[in-house]
Design a protein. Sequence first.
Length: 326
Amino acid sequence: MVASKGFYCLFLQLLLLSFVFDVANSQGLKVGFYRKTCPNAEAIVKKVVDQAMSVAPSLSGPLLRMHFHDCFVRGCEGSVLLNSSTQQAEKDAFPNLSLRGYQVIDRVKSALEKACPGVVSCSDILALVARDVVVAMKGPSWKVETGRRDGRVSNITEALTNLIPPTANITQLKSGFQQRGLSVKDLVVLSGGHTLGTSHCSSFSSRLYNFTGKGDTDPDLDPKYIAKLKNKCKQGDANSLVEMDPGSFKTFDESYYTLVGKRRGLFVSDAALLDDSETKAYVKLQATTHGSTFFEDFGVSMIKMGRIGVLTGSSGEIRKECALVN
C-alpha cells in the first residue's frame, strides 16, 4: 500500500493540482447507486469473492492492496486493471508486480455483465471486492459508496511517481496522505491493512543487510526479528515471501499494531508510525485496548480513500472488460 524516491517532488505537485477536482467529483458517489439499474450487484460481487476466498485466502491481501494502488494513482478509476501491449501500464510498474487476483476481478465483471450488461464499473468492483475480502477474512464491513466510472489511461511512470514506497519516512507518509485529502489518522488506520498478505523480501531486505549502505541493519527493527527474517530472506533473495502479520496474515485483525509496537513492522513505513505522536498513540491504543476501535475506523477511512479522484456522471466509461478500454 505503500514506489520511487526520485519522483517524490513531482508526485506532490501532481496531487496538489488534482485535489480540488477530486473533492468535487466525489460528490457523485452514493451508497446503493445500482439499486435500480443492477439491484443484485453487491450480492453478485460477494458470491464470487466468497468462492475465491474459500479456495485462495492468500489473495485477500493483494486484492485489498489493488484498491489502494488504484486510488493512489489517478484516483479510484480502475486504471490499475488496464493491460498494455508494451508493458507500460500501471500494473507493469515494479511496485504493482506483487498484485495478484486479477482473475477474481475478471470473474466478478463477467458475472455482473451477464446480469446487468454495461452497468457496473470496474472501479466500483475494486471498491466492493476490497470490502468483501476484508469481511471474508473476519474483518469489518462498511457501506461502499458506488457510482465511479472507469478511466481510459494507465501509465507505468505515474505508478512509479504516485505510489508511496515501503521505505517512506513519517514526513513522506503524512504529506502523501494529506495531498489526497486523508488525515494522519487515516494514514495509521489504513496502514493496518498490512494485517493481510505477504511481501517479497526485496521490499525490506535493506533493513536486514545494508540499511545505510554500510552492511548494517535497521536499528528500529527488533534484533530478534531481524534474525528470524534473515532465515527466510537470504542476502540477494528477491523472490521469497514473508507474512506481513506473522501467524495472522489470513485474518483481518488488530495484531498488526502489536507487531509495530514491538518494533516488528516489516517495512520502514510501518516503523515510521512510531515517529509521530498521533500515529504512535493510535498504535499503542489498538495494541493494548480490548474492544479495539480499529474495525470501525478502517471502514470510515476506506470510504474516504474510495473518494479520491473518482470519475462520475458523464466522465470516463463503463468498461466491458476491466483490462481493456472500450
